[in-house]
Design a binder for this molecule. Structure first.
Ligand code: NDP
Length: 490
């Protein structure tokens, strides 16, 4: 060591930061410290992927009794008990947080339950007042959900708040059409909440394959989600007594033509505030006015860089406040690196972990390693799920001539139970190289399927490699190796 307190100081105890700290200490023998101001585990474990997925599971039991009855089981439908689920959920998150803490301890990482900010290229200041020095600093502070710039936006909740609700709302308006909006629409709908979703664009899940987005949107509507595209929230206000009178009707037949007095109440930022997330009156761009028990803003996430002292020491920030890094996750200050959502590259847990591992290889193992951000498989946990890897049909066509292999069918399991659910399997193939450029699956379990299909695509498999693979019968995923003729070319 060279006169510093530590070889590495990690700021942020989420998936990326914890992995980098553990590996640097445990495998590379570095002296490592980590500071976390909130709970260990970060967004993924505490307020993201993990509790979300458990809620997806909870919501999917909604149809189980009905389906089981179709299969001959004599079962009775009962209500969903949010309180009992939330208690178990919290216990599970407590358990996971302990696991994270003990992993750090077991690797010899010193932890500080404090906020850390950058005090110099080699110095961090802790909220306890202490200052620590380190040869390298790794910023892994993640991001946070943002509300749109709209008067009274504080009345809406964000995804972090969902897991702490005292009770499920009767009605919920979700704003946004990205991962979080669509996943929570499915979850809440499954749990029995009346869900309305507004997305400002023409189709939800921008950037994903058009056909896949279309089927997800159609399935969401069929399952009872009142999805409006080309629609956004325009005004919101506490649903006070005045509103209850003038906007008593809810739904698309909501009262129109609010009085000047109503408008004054709505427009005032000083209006008496119901607790964030209380009943909210909303006017939308399509003219509808309605009261919702809750409004959820799923309108994107911003990097956690405010007040970190980053720019003061010379670290460059991008337009959205993200830390600008090179391929090795190094910032403009050579001793400071950054990984995960705070860099706003590909905001997914496994990517942050990869970035953390590559950082340790580069800095502590003498093996400069760039993070590979190509062909990352991912899944949106809508119902049905959307699994995707590689290029959408639209993006691929912009690059080269392609063949599109596609099939849509009713899965055996749900068809037998009398459901009209459809699944979609799609391969985008390069005409020149025959390589599979993209694979898109909309089906129950698509997240599991795309992980495996992703290996083949990452290896550069051709359509003929898929064809050579014998089908596993009877499964849904066998369709991915049995599509014979292209549906479209060009
Ligand atoms: P996204 O960026 O995916 O979506 C934000 C949505 O909000 C978009 O539909 C966007 O519309 C809309 N929006 C943005 N600003 C406004 C506004 N002012 N008014 C109305 N609508 C607005 O963000 P999410 O919050 O859904 O998720 C953040 C990231 O977290 C994801 O990109 C993903 O990387 C990660 N994530 C991954 C998951 C997974 O892997 N399953 C699950 C959850 C999150 P437009 O399209 O027009 O810009």
């Amino acid at each position: 060591m060279s006169g510093f307190d530590y070889d590495l100081f990690v700021i942020g105890g989420g998936s990326g930061g914890v992995r980098a700290a553990r590996v640097a200490a445990g495998e590379a023998g570095a002296k490592v410290a980590l500071a976390e101001e909130d709970r260990y585990g970060g967004t993924c474990v505490i307020r993201g992927c993990v509790p979300k997925k458990l809620m997806v599971f909870a919501s999917e039991y909604a149809g189980v009794v009905e389906d089981a009855q179709a299969y001959g089981w004599q079962l009775a439908q009962g209500p969903f008990d949010w309180t009992s689920f939330r208690t178990r959920l919290n216990a599970e998150l407590d358990r996971l947080e302990k696991v994270y803490r003990s992993l750090l301890k077991g690797s010899g990482v010193e932890t500080f339950d404090a906020r850390a900010t950058i005090a110099g290229p080699h110095a961090v200041k802790l909220s306890t007042g202490e200052e620590k020095t380190a040869k390298h600093i790794l910023v892994a502070t993640g991001g946070h959900p943002v509300r749109p710039d709209l008067p009274n936006a504080h009345l809406g909740i964000v995804s972090d708040d969902i897991f702490h609700l005292d009770a499920l709302p009767k009605s919920l308006l979700i704003i946004g059409g990205g991962y979080i909006a669509c996943e929570f629409a499915g979850i809440m709908n499954g749990l029995g909440v009346e869900v309305t979703q507004y997305y400002r664009g023409a189709q939800i899940l921008r950037g994903f394959d058009d056909e896949a987005r279309g089927l997800v949107a159609e399935s969401m509507r069929e399952s009872g989600i009142d999805l409006h595209v080309g629609t956004n929230i325009m005004e919101m206000a506490p649903a006070g007594a005045d509103h209850a009178l003038s906007h008593a009707g809810t739904g698309s037949d909501a009262a129109m033509g609010a009085t000047a007095q109503d408008r004054q109440v709505r427009d005032s930022r000083d209006a008496p505030q119901t607790a964030a997330g209380g009943p909210v009156w909303v006017k939308s761009t399509n003219g509808a006015e309605r009261v919702f028990d809750k409004v959820l803003f799923a309108t994107g996430r911003d990097p956690n860089t405010a007040g970190m002292g980053l720019e003061e020491v010379g670290v460059s920030l991008g337009r959205r406040g993200q830390i600008v890094v090179d391929g090795y996750s190094q910032t403009a200050v050579p001793s400071i690196y950054a990984i995960g959502d705070v860099t706003d590259r590909v905001n997914l847990t496994p990517v942050a972990i990869r970035e953390g591992m590559a950082f340790v290889e580069t800095v502590f193992k003498g093996n400069p390693t760039k993070v590979d951000h190509e062909l990352i498989p991912s899944a949106v946990f809508t119902q049905p799920e959307l699994g995707t890897v590689g290029l959408s049909e639209e993006a691929a066509r912009e690059k080269e001539e392609i063949e599109v292999y596609c099939t849509s069918f009713r899965p055996m399991q749900t068809a037998f139970a009398g459901r009209s659910d459809r699944a979609l399997m799609k391969l985008i193939v390069s005409k020149a190289s025959r390589k599979v450029l993209g694979c898109h699956i909309v089906a129950p379990g698509a997240g599991e399927m795309i992980q495996l299909a992703g290996i083949a695509v990452k290896m550069g498999a051709t359509k003929e490699d898929f064809d050579r693979t014998v089908a596993v019968h009877p499964t849904m995923s066998e369709e991915i190796v049995t599509m014979r003729s292209p549906m479209r070319t060009g």
